[in-house]
Ligand binder design. Structure first.
Ligand code: C2E
Ligand code: CA
Ligand code: CA
Length: 564
């Protein structure tokens, strides 16, 4: 009977088990009343010596009855307690599964079904629902600078701040890391309501964090999507499908579109909000394609170094080449480095990409006349690596490439990030003989004292200034000023973007410059460079010509060796 009971119990839920135990106890009590009613008086009379003893069977039945009552009652009490405990545990587990332990907000898993429910109930009231994706700006830096404990406190305060501004019927979730989401019902005819709410978030949040002596500048970027944008497409997609699927799709689509709009807010300078618009999605698709393309391209060796000639404008000598990355993606075709370099930086593969290119360029430059230099562009992201200079010097040794033939071009943005580190790095590279040029000079905001405090070897005037010289109305005063600034700092100058003889002639008036640009030809592949150098007698070990200066004819763009 015990096994049987357990079998039955295992098939039934706790509430039903509750009733079975209670039923057994009640049945036993009724039987007790039935049997006990006749047997008990007989027992009492027999004990007092005035009656016959009751039937032994009946006494046993009565005792069994009492045992059953006790057993049933105890079982009932145990079960009730067990059930209460289990309910509590289940409730705690559910709460844990649905909420973010740090902030107590809903979590990523639960926001989707909760959004679906809110969308449904709002629809019945004729309301639209806005999904706001809120992301903290520069939170990683705050975390790195102040530690994770401070970061956590900021997240908690952030959740409190949002919750305070949140309308009563709205949802708040932490999606992970520094990403929050609000789901807010509103009157579809009045989207300004959501604008105002978002404005309030953007305006109030940055002012709030002044915590344990840490005052962190944290702003937010917000992307907004509304059921108004997706109602038609999602219901079309799921015409004939299950209603539940359609609801989940609505929640997913809201999250996806808000995420795209948030990304746009980041891209447009952070600390702002954007509503989702269709073209954003296309842009993101392209970006994702580029991201995947870059990762695959790195594995497939799709990135190639090209080389742009650098000329001494005074002597017309070819003095070296600037290496420029080229990518022909099998899927996307030719992609400009102005597009793929920033993405490679963002997705954290710029070092890998640059290493591939520099290795290939060093292998190529080994064939060149040893007087020719190689310039390479270094991204600010690469300069964050404290081992950058050591790694680079090791690469030079591996290629047996003399450090003085290598010129690193770094932009002013490198200087803003971590001037102290950059100074140490540049100094150690310089001590090994590597040259350092400040690229795109004039476009950044370096102060003169910064420039003076860093041991640069050369300034490269940005091509936007040089190209000014093309216009009839051009005023060369600015270029003159930049050049005399270079002279004042005792730094030689390279002019980039020399597109024609006219620009070249103007520049030549300004004294000793180096220059580069399409006037001398577009950047070329390693093979083309080799052929060019071959014809100039400028390949390594290619004879006496290599010792002669390489002159540019006055009226031709092609550099020629004096011997040729
Ligand atoms: P940058 O360092 O200023 O490179 C010069 C850019 O100007 C190159 O564009 C070059 O093709 C272009 N250029 C040269 N002469 C002329 C001219 O006469 N007229 C005009 N209009 N343009 C000229 P490119 O190759 O598209 O590179 C763009 C930028 O991408 C580079 O600007 C550099 O900042 C970055 N980049 C290229 N390769 C690398 C790389 O390997 N690593 C890193 N970190 N950045 C790179
Ligand atoms: Ca450059
Ligand atoms: Ca440049």
């Amino acid at each position: 009977m015990g096994d049987k009971f357990r079998q039955v119990a295992s098939k039934v839920g706790p509430a039903e088990r509750d009733f079975i135990a209670l039923g057994i106890a009640t049945g036993a009590i009724l039987m007790f009343v039935g049997t006990g009613g006749s047997v008990l008086p007989m027992i009492v009379r027999n004990l007092r010596g005035i009656g016959a003893a009751p039937d032994a069977m009946l006494v046993n039945a009565l005792l069994l009855n009492i045992a059953l009552i006790i057993f049933g009652w105890r079982r009932y009490r145990e079960l009730t307690q067990e059930i209460a405990e289990r309910r509590e545990a289940e409730e705690a587990a559910r709460r844990l599964a649905e909420t973010d332990p740090l902030t107590g907000c809903l979590n990523r898993r639960s926001i989707s079904p909760a959004t679906s429910r809110l969308v449904e109930s709002s629809k019945l009231k004729g309301q639209a629902v806005a999904f706001l994706m809120i992301d903290l700006d520069n939170f990683k830096q705050v975390n790195d600078l102040n530690g994770h404990a401070a970061g956590d406190r900021i997240l908690v305060r952030m959740a409190e701040q949002i919750a305070m501004l949140l309308p009563g019927n709205a949802l708040l979730a932490r999606l992970g890391g520094d990403e929050f989401a609000c789901v807010v019902p509103y009157d579809a005819a009045k989207p300004e309501y959501i604008d105002r709410f978002s404005e309030k978030l953007v305006d109030t949040i940055p002012a709030t964090f002044d915590d344990h002596g840490i005052s962190a500048q944290v702003t937010v970027s917000i992307g907004i999507a509304s059921t108004e944008m997706i109602a038609s497409s999602a219901s079309k997609e799921f015409a004939g499908g299950k209603a539940q699927d359609a609801e989940d799709t609505v929640a997913q689509a809201l999250l996806h579109k808000a995420d795209i709009a948030m990304y746009q807010a980041k891209k447009k300078g952070k600390n702002r909000f954007f509503w989702f618009e269709m073209p954003m999605e296309k842009e993101l698709l392209l970006r994702n394609e580029i991201e995947t393309g870059i990762r695959q391209g790195l594995l497939g060796g799709e990135f190639q170094p090209f080389y742009e000639q650098q000329i001494d404008l005074e002597t017309n000598e070819l003095v070296g080449f600037e290496m420029l990355a080229r990518w022909h993606s099998p899927k996307l075709g030719e992609v400009s480095p102005e597009i793929f370099i920033p993405i490679a930086e963002e997705i954290g593969v710029i070092t890998q990409l640059s290493d591939q290119l520099i290795n290939a360029a060093l292998a190529e430059a080994a064939h060149w006349d040893p007087r020719l230099t190689l310039s390479v562009n270094i991204s600010p992201v690469q300069m964050r690596d404290p081992w950058f200079s050591q790694k680079l010097l090791k690469t030079l040794i591996q290629h047996n490439f003399p450090p003085h033939r290598l010129d690193l071009e770094i932009t002013e943005s490198c200087l803003h990030e971590n001037l102290g580190n950059v100074r140490v790095m540049i100094t150690s590279l310089k001590n090994q003989g590597v040259r350092i040029s400040l690229d795109d000079f004039g476009t950044g905001y370096s102060s003169l004292s910064q420039l003076r405090s860093l041991p640069f070897d050369r300034l490269k005037i940005d091509r936007s200034f040089i190209q000014e010289l093309q216009n009839d109305t051009a005023n060369p005063k600015l270029i003159e000023a930049i050049i005399s600034l270079g002279e004042g700092l005792n730094l030689p100058i390279t002019a980039e973007g020399i597109e024609n003889g006219r620009i070249l002639d103007t520049l030549k008036q300004f004294g000793q410059l180096k220059g580069q640009g399409y006037h001398y030809g577009k950047p070329e592949s390693g093979g083309d460079v080799r052929r060019r150098l071959q014809s100039l007698g400028l390949l390594k070990h290619s004879g006496a010509a290599a010792d002669l200066p390489i002159l540019m004819p006055a009226d031709a763009a092609e550099p020629v060796s004096q011997a040729g």
